[in-house]
Design a protein. Structure first.
Length: 110
C-alpha cells in the first residue's frame, strides 16, 4: 500500500504505507487511511519530525557505513533496501515547510 501526502503548496510525497504510518505517529496523528495536518498544527508536526530525524542521525553517528543494515523488512514480509528514518522524513518535512509558508494544510487519503 502507498500513501500520498498532498498539499497545494508543492508536489505530492508518496511513501510506503508502513513508512507513512510511522511518520503520522511521529507527527502525533492517528495512522490511518486519511488525515490532515492543519495549518495551525504544521509547526508542531515539522518540529516533531525534525526531532525524530535528528535522534535517528545521532543514534547512527557512531556506526560505520558497513555496520548499517543493508536491508529492512517491508510490511508484506519481503525485504527492501534500508533507508534511515531521517532520509525518509526529509521529503515530508519539506512538504510541510512549504505548506506552512503558503498557509495551506497537508492531507492524505482524500
Amino acid at each position: 500500500m502507498l500513501v500520498t501526502f498532498k498539499s497545494k503548496a508543492s508536489g505530492d510525497v508518496i511513501m510506503f504505507g508502513d513508512v507513512a504510518h510511522r511518520m503520522m505517529e511521529i507527527m502525533g496523528k492517528e495512522a490511518g487511511g486519511q488525515g490532515i495536518v492543519t495549518v495551525e498544527k504544521l509547526p508542531e508536526a515539522i518540529a516533531l519530525l525534525k526531532a525524530a530525524a535528528a535522534a535517528d542521525r545521532e543514534a547512527k553517528r557512531s556506526l560505520k557505513e558497513e555496520d548499517l543494515p543493508q536491508l529492512e523488512a517491508a510490511a508484506d514480509g519481503s525485504q527492501r533496501p534500508f533507508v534511515s528514518l531521517s532520509q525518509r522524513a526529509m521529503p515530508l518535512i519539506e512538504l510541510l515547510e512549504r505548506s506552512l509558508k503558503k498557509q495551506v494544510p497537508v492531507v492524505w487519503g482524500v
